[in-house]
Design a protein around this ligand. Structure first.
Ligand code: SF4
Length: 345
């Protein structure tokens, strides 16, 4: 069964704060749908295109959903809920900021069939939150997650790596905090420096230098591994690739490399496979390592330009590497075994 998002772009009313990394252009550039009737028409159109047997989820994108006027939230959610009630969607998701999620808002949301509220946590270090001028502290983020958990509303934690003032320890503690709070999903955004942001000015004035590519990769992989071990599904690593990200005049520094998410997954697989190989003890060729992974993960295991595969083949001369997609795509299983080649009599 395939999953489809039925996307609705909510209007951006602006934030009371301006995070230093915020690229206003990418927010205001969205095609906003203001009118509730237009939302219904859009959803009708998308829902009609979902093949029978597939599942659909309504996703409000593009703004701080609970920051828009309550009347608009209610109008949107009432329409979306009608699609869930008649079976055309399995639930509703949207993203918001922790400081736009007080007790009254959570009580209001409880009445709707929400499949996930995505919370922009970014960091659970007060020092980092202050540096990025997020406008709230870590306790506010923890309280928002606790309110959702108590209300039985599933939530995702969105966090960033490489933020100003952030250390690898801050990032692992942020991931651990999100896990402990009960998130069922996560998104990890390695920091990108966009032109025209306060962050770009900080870079120019020498107040901030983004981590190098390899370090960003390692730090993001460390966080991904924590979520993976905790069974928290990571929906995405890095921003969606679009023209802004590819334009060196727009994305000026940081994690603007394409296929970054794939590379982070490859690093996590590299470490997992090597731990299994080490557990197996010394092997000598001829023979082959057989690595069995979820279907669809083969290229991540092999690595970009097959770098993992080549690394293993050069570490074990005379030993081939075979990667098989064996397990269901949403499984986390990985098995590594060595098959010695039978000597001919
Ligand atoms: S919360 Fe999001 S939209 Fe608001 S300033 Fe920060 S990054 Fe920009």
């Amino acid at each position: 069964m395939k999953h489809h998002n039925l996307p609705v772009f909510v209007p951006f009313y602006g934030c009371p704060h301006r995070c230093v990394f915020c690229d206003q252009r990418s927010i205001t550039g969205q095609a906003d749908v203001w009118d509730a009737d237009l939302v219904r028409q859009e959803l009708e159109r998308y829902a009609a295109s979902v093949p029978e047997g597939d599942e659909a989820e309504i996703a409000f994108f593009g703004g701080t959903f609970t920051g828009i006027p309550r009347k608009a939230q209610q109008a949107y959610l009432d329409i979306a809920a009608s699609f869930v009630r008649d079976g055309r969607a399995k639930g509703i998701r949207f993203s918001t900021r922790p400081d736009c999620l007080d007790g009254d808002t959570v009580d209001f949301l409880k009445g709707y069939p929400l499949s996930c509220v995505e919370l922009g946590i970014q960091s659970l270090s007060d020092r980092v939150l202050q540096k990025i001028r997020r406008g709230h502290d870590a306790a506010c983020a923890m309280d928002a997650m606790e309110r959702l958990r108590k209300a039985g509303i599933p939530f995702a934690g969105q966090m960033m790596t490489g933020l100003p003032g952030s250390t690898p320890e801050d990032e692992t503690e942020t991931a651990q905090g999100i896990i402990r709070a009960g998130a069922c999903e996560a998104r990890i955004y390695p920091l990108v420096v966009f032109a025209g942001t306060d962050l770009e000015r900080m870079c120019r004035e020498g107040d901030y230098t983004p981590p190098g590519q390899q370090e960003m990769l390692r730090r993001t992989a460390a966080v991904l591994e924590l979520f993976r071990q905790a069974g928290v599904k990571v929906l995405r690593i890095g921003l969606c690739e679009n023209e802004s990200l590819r334009n060196p005049g727009v994305a000026v520094d940081g994690a603007k490399e394409s296929a970054l998410g794939e590379r982070v997954w490859s690093l996590v697989y590299q470490k997992r496979v090597e731990a299994e190989m080490a557990r197996r003890g010394p092997v000598t060729g001829p023979g082959q390592w057989v690595i069995e992974v979820p279907r669809g993960a083969e290229s991540k295991v092999s690595g970009q330009k097959k770098e993992n595969r080549m690394r293993w083949e050069s570490a074990y001369p005379g030993v081939r590497v075979r990667i098989r997609g064996l397990y269901p795509p949403d499984s986390d299983r990985l098995t590594v075994r060595f098959e010695a080649e039978q000597k001919k009599q």
